[in-house]
Design a protein around this ligand. Structure first.
Ligand SMILES: *[C@@H]1O[C@H](CO)[C@@H](O)[C@H](O)[C@H]1NC(C)=O
Ligand SMILES: *[C@@H]1O[C@H](CO)[C@@H](O)[C@H](O)[C@H]1NC(C)=O
Ligand SMILES: *[C@@H]1O[C@H](CO)[C@@H](O)[C@H](O)[C@H]1NC(C)=O
Ligand SMILES: *[C@@H]1O[C@H](CO)[C@@H](O)[C@H](O)[C@H]1NC(C)=O
Ligand SMILES: *[C@@H]1O[C@H](CO)[C@@H](O)[C@H](O)[C@H]1NC(C)=O
Ligand SMILES: *[C@@H]1O[C@H](CO)[C@@H](O)[C@H](O)[C@H]1NC(C)=O
Ligand SMILES: *[C@@H]1O[C@H](CO)[C@@H](O)[C@H](O)[C@H]1NC(C)=O
Ligand SMILES: *[C@@H]1O[C@H](CO)[C@@H](O)[C@H](O)[C@H]1NC(C)=O
Ligand SMILES: *[C@@H]1O[C@H](CO)[C@@H](O)[C@H](O)[C@H]1NC(C)=O
Ligand SMILES: *[C@@H]1O[C@H](CO)[C@@H](O)[C@H](O)[C@H]1NC(C)=O
Ligand SMILES: *[C@@H]1O[C@H](CO)[C@@H](O)[C@H](O)[C@H]1NC(C)=O
Ligand SMILES: *[C@@H]1O[C@H](CO)[C@@H](O)[C@H](O)[C@H]1NC(C)=O
Length: 787
């Protein structure tokens, strides 16, 4: 039954997709000379938004932008081109020879959105998946006009609220006139008209609600920031604005309705129409204004106070805290207010100027709200200063104590460290190619951020793993088994025991130890230490309770544990880890063996890249290098590397692309997928992409979540960019990170990817070294190329 429903939903989604662009990137653009006629519509690249004629609110013939989903039109509409003037049904939206964007009716202009000045033939307008409709010059890409600059009643992530200081243009939201009439109404939400440090809702130009000024963390401003939006404040000589971004890529908009209620998708955030709820924080009654300046806010202080009576309005029943605040604001001499009943916040007591409120250690504790910037306030500050100083003193003495203890410990450990150093230096020794060696040495001299490597005895590890028992075995890596262990006094650890017969000799061992010891990033697994004893070589890592990505991703019973949010987080984490390896780690490191089984997951499912046995160091000069030792994993290797041994950072980008597609689809690259058509996952993704059916690639367990697949589709797009045949076409990892984090960034179309069908792989004569108990996907191959 559930399966049936899923099929129907999937079918509907696909239908939606077919009704939309037959392939993404079409039908989102209005070209110069073209007319968007009545009933015609533009779709954003992934079909998230539509632009066209709408009869929103029952008043026909507005041009607008709306979410392309099944909510009511009033809920979906995010922008109107001509909210205060209707156009006729025979109208069309067009870009004329001068590059003007306008609505015309039988050849006459009825509404001009942007007026171009001179004849041009290189202008087009694109509806983006952010909901922005952008007019720009094709040749230069210069943006001429965008709908985000002319907000109506909805704020989408990426829009601004504020003022352009140069042109004087203001960005604000204006409510509808009534529930049905979308024309400009009574309420405006934007920057304070005479100040630049707070957001206000105006009713006929008078303050109706205020956020409090931005550098006081006022509670009413927090109402906004608690709404899953974060507001950033930017002010420079050109512009002053608040911009919002959504924490969640779900459908998100902030809108003001005809009653002045500000809402996010999930409900009201600011509502000054109801007298009771906490939502009316920041609401300003008109009569408060005469003796109060707008920057006055209250700060909440909980502490011990003299039981000095204020003026009690009403001790028992019907006054709420908000009513009490209003009482205080209405009384010009009021400096503080509080509820008389702490538990249910009823009753009201206010205090006027003069001495009287002072803190003592004895007497009662209660919450009192003090006016900021006042006599009483200064006292309060003093009280806080004392507290801060006391806390500071405690912290300092604590630090001194710890420091002292540490110093003693240091002396005791000095000897042990010397030994350790010698060993580590030896590890950095002769088997490393000379250029790399120099680099390592230099870094040693800097002595910066080297973390302490511990040298373990073989016996202690043997005990920790219960003599390398099979119960403690976590899995089999390319170069030997990995065990879980528990040190007698310490944390759980993971131990990689390099098998004697493995390809990983002393060179790889040193390579890995040196590398991992130096690399420190949250998305890289941390090496705790190592152990060399005769033939035994062990690497000791922090333990990752959630094993590796392949353990979840390719297991039909576990993959539902990877929600789309988790997967996206994993994708971003891996990308960040790679950016660090490629760019910021000072050593340029190319991992060369990125694959699902090398992505470990911590208890919060954060990804950590592991297995640096085959990583390659690059000096800053070499961007690309030929290697005669090709190591890597079939299915993840880029063509230039697999065939010609050319290694560059783009080798990892390719593997990342494959991994990305695997994470989205929940399928292995080299497992067969479509019976008639034995393409690899890359080939399959490319085929679906070209047919405009990328949705089918997405793991059905993701589609079961209610979230729209927009982000996933974008990830497929990025994945295909990463696996392009030509290394130079592939983006760099920093590019990938910005593509992932910036939804508004327009992506180029991917070119034909390199994909191996199984037959081609056989033709290559790739030989495989296949350890026991190992799925085909995690096989690491090693090819010696004759050159
Ligand atoms: C919209 O579609 C979703 C799933 O596709 C469904 O759960 C929801 O009930 C629909 N809403 C309306 C108003 O039809
Ligand atoms: C383009 O601009 C020129 C001069 O500003 C004007 O004469 C001409 O009518 C315009 N063309 C259109 C199609 O508006
Ligand atoms: C195309 O754009 C460039 C600048 O971006 C402009 O100089 C040129 O005049 C435009 N082409 C035409 C034919 O107007
Ligand atoms: C809101 O924006 C419009 C258009 O820029 C402007 O005319 C109006 O003055 C603004 N209102 C406020 C209160 O800032
Ligand atoms: C808007 O203001 C006008 C004039 O003050 C008033 O008649 C109307 O009821 C107001 N509309 C709303 C929705 O409050
Ligand atoms: C802004 O300043 C103007 C001129 O001083 C004043 O008339 C107007 O009431 C002020 N607006 C607000 C909301 O304080
Ligand atoms: C407001 O809060 C932010 C973050 O909590 C903090 O960095 C900032 O200093 C606070 N501003 C004031 C004026 O307290
Ligand atoms: C914020 O998002 C979470 C998760 O989507 C949701 O549960 C919560 O209600 C949202 N909060 C608001 C104020 O919309
Ligand atoms: C302000 O605008 C000028 C010219 O457009 C630009 O050079 C300058 O960098 C801008 N300043 C900021 C802080 O963005
Ligand atoms: C608050 O406003 C008053 C007058 O309106 C002004 O004198 C004072 O400097 C302002 N304080 C701050 C912190 O902006
Ligand atoms: C709040 O508590 C006070 C004292 O405990 C009581 O008299 C009053 O009735 C309560 N009010 C409400 C609304 O519960
Ligand atoms: C509270 O109750 C008193 C009488 O019991 C009444 O006079 C007063 O108006 C009420 N206040 C509010 C805010 O309802």
């Amino acid at each position: 039954m559930a399966n049936k429903i899923r099929k129907v939903i999937l079918g509907l989604l696909c239908l939606l997709f077919y009704l939309g662009p037959s392939s993404p990137l079409q039908h989102d653009t209005l070209v110069q000379g073209q007319e968007l006629e009545f009933m015609a519509e533009l779709y954003s690249a992934y079909g998230r938004f539509k632009l066209g004629f709408t009869n929103v609110g029952g008043s026909p013939f507005h041009i607008g932008i709306w979410y392309n989903d099944n909510r009511s039109l009033e809920d979906r509409i995010v922008w109107l081109a001509n909210r205060d003037s209707l156009v006729f049904s025979a109208s069309s939206l067009t870009i004329d020879d001068n590059g003007s964007l306008k609505i015309t009716n039988f050849g006459s202009d009825s509404f001009v959105l942007y007026s171009g000045h001179e004849a041009s033939d290189n202008v087009s307008a694109v509806l983006l998946d952010t909901g922005n409709f952008v007019l720009s010059e094709i040749s230069s890409g210069r943006q001429l006009w965008q709908s985000f600059d002319y907000p109506t009643h909805v704020l989408l992530p990426g829009m601004k609220l504020g003022v352009d200081r140069k042109t004087g243009q203001r960005w604000n939201l204006t409510s509808w006139r009534s529930q049905e009439v979308p024309d400009s109404g009574n309420f405006t939400f934007g920057l304070h008209p005479n100040r630049t440090d707070q957001l206000v809702i105006l009713l006929h130009g008078d303050i109706y609600w205020t956020s409090g000024y931005v550098n006081v963390n006022s509670s009413s401003f927090r109402l906004l920031t608690n709404s899953n939006y974060s507001f950033d404040y930017t002010s420079n000589e050109n512009e002053t604005y608040f911009s919002c971004s959504a924490a969640d890529a779900d459908y998100t908009k902030l809108s003001i309705n005809y009653l002045g209620v500000l809402s996010a998708d999930k409900g009201a955030i600011v509502d000054c129409t109801s007298a009771s709820s906490y939502l009316n924080e920041g609401c300003v009654a008109k009569e408060n204004l005469p003796c109060r300046s707008l920057n006055e806010t209250f700060s909440r202080v909980f502490g011990s106070w003299h039981d000095i009576d204020g003026f009690k309005f009403n001790e028992g029943d019907n006054l709420t805290l908000m009513d009490c605040k209003a009482k205080c604001l209405n009384n010009c001499s009021c400096v503080a207010y509080a509820s008389t009943n702490e538990e249910n916040q009823t009753g009201c007591e206010i205090w006027s100027t003069g001495p009287g409120i002072a803190s003592t250690d004895a007497s009662m504790r209660r919450t009192i709200y003090f006016l900021v910037k006042n006599v009483a306030n200064r006292r309060v500050n003093k009280w806080w200063i004392w507290l801060i100083m006391a806390v500071g003193a405690i912290i300092i003495s604590l630090l001194c104590f710890l420091g002292n203890a540490k110093w003693k410990k240091c002396r005791v450990e000095g000897e042990r460290k010397k030994k350790q150093k010698l060993l580590i230096q030896e590890i950095g020794g002769n088997a490393i190619p000379s250029t790399v060696h120099d680099k390592v040495k230099k870094q040693n001299k800097d002595g910066q951020a080297r973390h302490e490597l511990q040298i373990f005895s073989f016996e202690s590890i043997s005990v920790a793993t219960n003599n390398f028992s099979t119960e403690n075995k976590l899995g089999e890596g390319g170069f030997g088994p990995v065990y879980k262990g528990k040190l007698s006094d310490g944390p759980e650890i993971a131990i990689k025991r390099l098998s004697r017969s493995s390809g990983q000799g002393l060179v790889e061992f040193k390579n890995e130890v040196i590398l991992v010891a130096k690399l420190q990033h949250t998305n890289l697994v941390r090496l705790l230490g190592f152990c060399i004893q005769e033939e035994e070589k062990l690497l000791i890592y922090e333990f990752m309770p959630n094993k590796s990505l392949d353990f979840f991703l390719f297991d039909s019973t576990k993959k539902h544990l990877l929600s789309w949010r988790t997967r996206f987080n994993i994708i971003e984490g891996i990308a960040q880890g790679l950016v660090y390896l490629h760019k910021y780690s000072r050593l340029r490191v190319i991992h060369r063996d990125l694959k699902a089984s090398n992505i470990l997951l911590d208890e919060e499912m954060n990804p950590k890249i592991s297995d640096f046995g085959m990583a390659k160091l690059f000096g800053s000069k070499g961007l690309e290098e030929n290697t005669n030792r090709i190591v890597g994993t079939y299915g993840y290797m880029s063509p230039e590397y697999a065939m010609n041994g050319v290694v560059s950072i783009k080798t990892d980008v390719f593997s990342f692309g494959v991994l990305l597609l695997e994470i989205i689809s929940g399928k292995k690259n080299n497992s067969r997928y479509h019976f008639e058509d034995p393409l690899s996952l890359i080939g399959y993704a490319w085929q679906l992409w070209n047919e405009g059916k990328s949705l089918e690639l997405i793991d059905p367990t993701i589609l079961e979540e209610s979230r729209p697949p927009f982000e996933a589709l974008r990830c497929i797009h990025i994945g295909l960019l990463c696996v392009q045949d030509q290394a130079k076409d592939r983006p760099t990892m920093p590019d990938v990170v910005s593509m992932l984090s910036n939804e508004t960034l327009k992506l180029s179309s991917p070119k034909q990817p390199a994909f191996f069908t199984n037959t081609i792989a056989e033709d290559l004569g790739v030989s495989e070294i296949k350890p026991k108990n190992c799925s085909i996907n995690s096989v690491t191959i090693s090819v010696m190329e004759a050159r």
